[in-house]
Structure formats: C-alpha cells, structure tokens
Design a protein around this ligand. Sequence first.
Ligand code: IPE
Ligand code: IPE
Ligand code: MG
Length: 262
Amino acid sequence: MTAKDSLDPRRIPRHIAIIMDGNGRWARQRGLKRHMGHRKGVDAVRRAVEACAEIGVEYLTVFAFSTENWQRPASEVNALMDLMVRTLNSEMDSLQRNGVRLSAFGDLDSLPSRTRTRLFQAIEDTRHNTRITLSLALSYSARWEILQAVQKLAADVEGGRLHPKDITHTVFRQYLATYPLPDPELLIRTSGEQRISNFLLWQIAYTELYFTPVLWPDFTKEHLFEAVAEFQRRQRRFGLTDEQLRQGVSPAITVDTAIKSP
Ligand code: IPE
Ligand code: IPE
Ligand code: MG
C-alpha cells in the first residue's frame, strides 16, 4: 500500500506550503552546475502540484526565490529569472490541463521586467482555473511582508481610514502579501535543513512542520503523500488538552481559514 492509499480523505490539508531546498547540492553531487539543479527542480514542482491536486489540496504555495537570494552570484540569479520565463512558457499547457490557477506574492516589482511580464501573463491566462491554486513566493521574505504591512497600516491610520483600535487579526491579515490565502496547515522543507529562512512567519503560527532530507529535485509524489500521512498522524491541539479535544471542545484560534472569493 502506498502512502496515498492510506490517506484519510476527510483530513487532507487545504493548504500546503513548501520550502523547496537542495537544488544546488543535488547538482553538486552529480558534478553539475547549480542551475542544473534548479532546472531539475521544475519537474519536482510539477509533481508536487499534480500530487496535491490528486488528493484535493486546494492551495499549494512554494518558496521559489527569497529576498535574501538576491545576494547570490548574478549568474545564478539571472539563470533563475530566465528559468522562470522558460518554465512559464513550457508549463502553460500542463497548468491549463490540470486546472491550476497561478498566483504570486512578494516584492514582484523587483523582478526583471521579462520575468514579471511573463508571470503576470500566466496569472491572467490561468485565472479561470479552479482545481488548485499554485502560489509562487517570489522575492519574498516574511520580514519584508510584515514591514510593508505595517507601513500600509500606518499610512491608513494617518490618512484617517483606519482607527488603531480596529486593527484586529482579521484586518491585519488583509495587509499581508498572502491575502486572501488561508494559513497553511502543513509546511514541508526539503534538503534536511530545519529552519524557516524568513518564510511565512505570521501564517505558520499553528502550522505543522515537516522536514525531510530529500533534496528538492528528488522529491516525488510519494514523498508528498508521505508528508500528508505524517500530518494526519499528528494531533493538532491549538493549546487545548488531548482530553478536551476528545470531548469535542473547539479551540478558539486565530488561524486564517476564511477565503475572500476571487
Ligand atoms: C533551493 O535550492 C532553490 C532556491 C533557493 C532558489 P538551493 O539553491 O538553495 O540549493 P542548496 O541549498 O544550495 O543545495
Ligand atoms: C530558502 O532556501 C529560500 C527558497 C527555497 C527559495 P535558502 O537555500 O535560500 O535558505 P538558507 O539560506 O539555507 O536558509
Ligand atoms: Mg538552499
């Protein structure tokens, strides 16, 4: 029996986030240039999207390029920005066939225009798809996101559009780059590193974390199903006791599950 067969269809996470890590090491192990690892990583993204769609995950968010990644050698940054354009060209059929709606968040203005233009076109071309939403975190970091949210909030307060006492959880999340995505229930990081690297800090307040030594280009559908199987073996307590949960007490949590209709 594969991990997929063992999954409980009633407890599939709605939203999975992935820190796709290990492309460089995958290439180095084979005596290849780092960009070859990134190229192979594209196949793993396709597999992850298909696997998520197969089991009914509604949102898959992948960390594709961080604010900090701009510090890498220019040749690698350029290769990644070109790869994005080529991938969006070559994957368009597959995105449409699989009902994938593409979305992106991050400091998108900082992307080179060739990448940004192709990305916005792909988002436009897939906006009617409804099976799964694939969000790319691009030129993204959580501290960038939180700071830009605070700047916009402060401007709205200064402009008289918002009163400080009205800054509730529900209002604050609307200023985040991920809005209106729900919080991920499961965050996967590949490559054996056990850190968050400035990814969704606000949104993962109660997310289950799953670390695997598998390098991203080697990540298969079965690996994704195994992560979901592990997620289903965990008890999410949200501060309550095991006994309270068994008695059916609902935790009063501030986890964002509401979705604004697109
Ligand atoms: C992840 O793989 C992809 C990006 C960060 C763009 P890495 O390029 O970080 O691979 P390693 O961590 O060096 O192996
Ligand atoms: C995190 O991976 C960013 C992405 C996957 C895009 P990194 O490889 O950049 O993270 P660190 O440097 O190991 O923390
Ligand atoms: Mg890395």
